[in-house]
Design a protein. Structure first.
Length: 302
């Protein structure tokens, strides 16, 4: 157990013990039963990256815990992993939305795991003592290949594996470095038997995809434009991309106490749902608090 949390829980324990003695002198009931439904974990500190999508998930965690009777403190916009992982390891922060593949590579740069289940299993083994992960979510924030809905409908494709049966030339677009990445043209050929042409589209990948100058674009799976531009994210059954599912990273000493609440959130958060949340932030300009409150209500978790 971390030093910071040990001190915090010890203080809470001392207060609880004093209260129990007082109650024991004036009641014949159970002196440890406060009857208010409160939790035993103390204040849960929820953190987030300086990234709107990550903050939305963190706010969902925070409101879900508050709804379950936990005291919650928010420590959002901390920064990148070199800033917030030490805070988690020291106990200054208790709970953080993370991404399985990227976090695994941080702790194990040589990992060969790519599929969702393999990455999740490897991550649990790679984490340092004192940290663990709860259930991963179906939602992802990772590299993905997308096509327009018109293309998907015309050729009846929803997976990269479906493309192998098409007898048409295919051009993919993305940042210049994609051409040499293992999930670029060479990866598509080795994993799916696809021969494709490459176009360096960079920041205009989505625009080029919608305009039809490329057939398939490398877009992050939680990009709001997937919804606003009607794109279709193709499934990747062979693990071409490193899977990076949303996953709650938590201090091991409170994991059991918050698991039921946070695992319910993870189960309800879908890939399309995460994109929709991001649209509410970037397009509708809703606050993270309002987005989280509405989502929890819509999912029956409020």
């Amino acid at each position: 157990m971390s030093t910071a949390r040990t001190g915090r829980l010890a203080a809470i324990g001392a207060i609880a013990a004093s209260a129990a003695l007082v109650l024991a002198g004036c009641s014949t009931g159970d002196p440890l039963d406060s009857g208010d439904g409160s939790n035993d974990a103390g204040t849960i500190v929820v953190g987030s990256q300086a990234y709107y999508s990550n903050e939305i998930i963190a706010e969902i965690y925070a409101q879900a815990l508050e709804g379950a009777g936990f005291d919650v403190e928010r420590n959002f916009n901390i920064g990148q992993r070199d800033a917030y992982l030490p805070a988690l390891e020291s106990g200054e922060v208790d709970l953080f939305p993370e991404y399985t593949g990227n976090l695994l590579q941080f702790y194990d740069p040589e990992t060969e795991a790519t599929t969702s289940d393999d990455v999740y299993a490897a991550l649990k083994d790679a984490l340092p003592d004192g940290l663990t992960v709860l259930d991963q979510s179906p939602a992802t924030d990772q590299d993905s290949y997308n096509v327009t809905s018109a293309f998907a409908d015309e050729y009846e494709v929803n997976s990269l594996a479906d493309l192998a049966a098409l007898d048409i030339p295919l051009t993919i677009g993305g940042p210049p470095e994609l051409e040499e990445r293992p999930y670029g043209p060479s990866g598509l050929e080795s994993k799916y038997g696809l021969t494709v042409s490459f176009e360096a589209t960079g920041d205009t990948t989505v625009e080029d995809l919608v305009a039809g100058t490329i057939d398939m674009g490398n877009v992050y799976s939680a990009d709001p434009r997937i919804q606003t531009e009607g794109l279709v994210t193709l499934a990747d059954p062979e693990g071409l991309f490193l899977a990076s599912n949303v996953v709650p990273l938590v201090n091991a000493d409170i994991a059991d106490e918050v698991a039921d609440v946070i695992n319910a959130v993870s189960a309800a958060l879908t890939p399309q749902g995460l994109v929709a949340l991001n649209v509410q932030s970037t397009v509708d300009e809703m606050s993270s608090a309002d987005i989280a409150s509405k989502w929890l209500s819509d999912q029956g978790l409020a």
